[in-house]
Design a protein around this ligand. Structure first.
Ligand SMILES: [Mn+2]
Length: 298
């Protein structure tokens, strides 16, 4: 890989959006997440993106992911399908890098959250000084480990954890709390959002990961961060989540920085609820993506 985009000048995107579907459920036991991406497309997401002035291209990945599935993939410790997850992650990382290096906005849809291993790796390859805003009920600590293993923009030091922030946490176990604390990762729980309001939390989060507003931003949005009354069709719903408006505010505020280069919308699982709930969840995911691409109220 040769082309790395790192300066503010180079974060300026062309008005093309690569919409990458990764119909993959290999990282978790439940089935159904793999039908998420196509449902976004059927809900006219590409047309909606187009009306915002972007030229979208859909990259479905269905066949590639089927081909990457190994015949034999025993559990290692508590990792399910480790070979499959690894193969898909590498495939996705290269694909995301290829699109990001062309200065396209990269939107990845509907997958198992494990796909973020690939998307974040690809974005950091294209933009070595990027930062990650993870909106999630859970502390996806694999992201902290991934960033810690990634070389910094000077190519030598491990990437510091001041480039990762979590927003919306409300289901964090003791082991994860220890990782956050030991690595010094900034995290905002629902308690912080209740106390300070979502606007203030976003500002403090950006001041931490992007103090000069010159780092390209990758937004990883797990829909389980939203309250289950807002987004019911997800694998691990936990009550007390973000409202519809709080979710949109995050996307709008990050878009307004002018530095948002990629977004994942993950853990939409249309198979878990009735059709009406599934449609409602997809219909929440579409405007979140549109807000990230610059849609606003006025
Ligand atoms: Mn989650």
């Amino acid at each position: 890989m040769t082309l790395a985009l790192s300066t503010r000048q180079n974060t300026r995107l062309c008005k093309e959006a690569a919409v990458v579907g990764d119909p993959f459920n290999g990282g978790q036991p439940r089935e159904g997440v793999e039908v998420g991406p196509i449902q976004f497309i059927e809900c006219s997401l590409l047309e909606q993106i187009n009306t915002l002035g972007w030229s979208p291209t859909y990259i479905p990945n269905d066949e590639q992911i089927d081909q990457l599935c190994p015949k034999d993939d025993p559990v290692v410790f508590n990792l399910i399908n480790p070979k499959f997850v690894s193969a898909v992650t590498h495939h996705v990382a290269k694909q995301i890098y290829d699109q990001a290096a062309q200065r396209k906005f990269v939107l990845t849809l509907g997958d198992d959250h494990a796909i973020a291993l690939g998307t974040v790796s690809g974005i950091f390859e294209a933009y070595p000084d990027a930062c990650v805003v993870s909106v999630d009920t859970h502390a996806a600590t694999f992201m902290a480990v991934l960033l810690a293993a990634h070389p910094d923009s000077n190519g030598s030091n491990p990437c510091s954890t001041d480039r990762l922030v979590y927003i919306g946490l409300r289901d964090v176990d003791d082991g994860e709390k220890k990782i956050l604390k030991d690595l010094g990762i900034k995290a905002f729980s629902m308690h912080h959002i209740d106390r300070f309001g979502i606007g203030r939390v976003i500002d403090i989060a950006l001041d931490h990961v992007n103090p000069n507003r010159d780092r390209p931003i990758h937004l990883s949005f797990d829909v389980d961060a939203l309250d289950p009354t807002v987004a019911p069709s997800t694998g691990t719903p936990v009550r007390g989540g973000l409202t519809f408006r709080e979710g949109h505010s995050i996307c709008e505020a990050l878009a307004q920085t002018g530095s948002l280069v990629a977004m994942d919308v993950v853990e939409v699982n249309p198979a878990l609820e009735d059709d009406k709930s599934a449609l409602r969840t997809i219909q929440i995911g579409c405007p979140l993506a549109c807000c990230a691409l610059g849609e606003n109220l006025l």
